[in-house]
Design a binder for this molecule. Sequence first.
Ligand code: NAP
Length: 282
Amino acid sequence: MREPIVLDGSRVAAGIKARLAERVGRLKERGSSPCLATILVGSDPASATYVKMKGNACRRLGIESIRVELPGTTTTEELLGVISRLNEDPAVHGILLQHPVPAHIDERAAFDAIAIGKDVDGVTMLGYAMNVFGAAAYPSCTPAAILAILDDYGIGIEGKHAVVIGRSPILGKPVSAMLLNRNATVTVCHSKTANLAEMVALGDIVVAAVGKPRFIQGEWIKPGAVVLDAGYNPGNVGDVNYEAACRNASAITPVPAGVGPVTIAMLLKHTVEAAERAMGVR
Ligand code: NAP
């Protein structure tokens, strides 16, 4: 078997950001600056790092970023109040509530409080439903990133059997719907799936969204399959046993520098599009 094509997320992200920089410039000429508000509740170090990375990515592209940091003792009502104020602020175009929030907060209620026009991270139930109908302005960023990588490399989706491992509302479920909308035949696996190895072996396209380091075994991968590893575990490790999967895959995303950078590029893209809509230029 030949070495697989390594699907270079950093290159795909750089292309998206280069195109966005021109659009940010045009918005600024019209007196508008795209602005993403991030909300971090509590002091989880990984979440703090993610929020910081997203803010830095915004700044590098000339997108404003407002960081709202709330103590871990914040109540659901207080968080809803913050989201409501950001919803009403015309200078804010996108709102990102960093997941997970402390357990005592009703995270679903908080996500759903985000105005649909500012749901650039694709976390609301309405945004999810629109995505299933193929009508979302801003699908969840990681699923959008996975499709962007396939499209960038010209990897066809229609008629392929896609196997998605994971069914979370921000990743497994929306990417399954998006692949289905692009005419893949989709199998969705989860923790109660029987014969996971046999299911994965059906996939022409395999999307790993499990949250368990190196969980998807290389020998499960059908020879010639395309593997997209959305996993991001401590130690910069994906959900796929990369080295072993390389023996069977025809193309594969590495971790890091695979799905992750394109996910951030999608967040920036959605924020710029929200600003363009606010200016009436979309
Ligand atoms: P999640 O909410 O924990 O969902 C994990 C999914 O995996 C669940 O649907 C679960 O099934 C399934 N699962 C767990 N154990 C399994 C098993 N033994 N066999 C088959 N399925 C199993 O995680 P998530 O938020 O979707 O994230 C998944 C991964 O993607 C994580 O590594 C996360 O860090 C990464 N991620 C990366 C990005 C990025 O930008 N690259 C963004 C978001 C997330 P049940 O539903 O039955 O419990």
